[in-house]
Design a binder for this molecule. Structure first.
Ligand code: FMN
Length: 147
């Protein structure tokens, strides 16, 4: 079974998940937005929080949306303001996941993201949604993943 992890990471938690999944046979496809969030914390939270709150689809650099060669696609996302990070909104719109085994891995400061879990359960019935608390800082969280 060919497995792909499509993910975004702003501060490295997604990278921790990617390294774990690569060890478990996944190909990796990291998403790069045309513009990253501003560096200063206040502006980062304001901008990222607002844009995620309105479901903004951030333009991506050279994103390959072709997943035809894969049987299973896992999408990894940071949680911003309780919602998927903006670059992931673009991914969700672009990918054709028909007939794939789909799952999601969320990484959040709080380790919880009920709004996003609810939304993903509604849009992708049957898809496994796993929420991790800062796996870069707490590597044991990776054990929650079913690879
Ligand atoms: C703009 C912004 C908004 C965030 N909002 C939330 C939030 O609503 N709930 C939460 O638990 N964590 C929130 N976080 C923390 C991130 O979800 C968390 O640090 C995540 O692990 C980051 O993943 P990354 O390092 O791969 O980018 C936010 C972070 C940013 C930058």
């Amino acid at each position: 079974m060919r497995k792909l992890f499509v993910y975004y990471s702003h501060t490295g938690n997604g990278e921790a998940v990617a390294a774990f999944l690569a060890e478990n046979g996944y190909d990796l496809r990291r998403v790069t937005p045309k513009k990253e969030l501003p560096r200063p914390f206040f502006f980062k939270i304001m901008q990222g929080g607002f844009l995620a709150g309105v479901g903004y689809r951030a333009p991506l650099v050279g994103f390959d949306a072709d997943v035809a060669n894969y049987d299973a696609v896992t999408i990894g996302m940071p949680v911003w303001n309780g919602r998927p990070a903006c670059p992931v909104n673009t991914v969700l719109k672009a990918l054709d996941l028909t007939g794939k085994q789909v799952s999601f891995i969320l990484y959040a400061g709080s380790g919880a993201a009920p709004k996003t879990v609810k939304k993903l359960n509604r849009l992708y019935p049957g898809a496994l949604v796993t929420v991790l608390k800062e796996p870069k800082k707490y590597p044991d969280e990776l054990q929650k993943i079913t690879p």
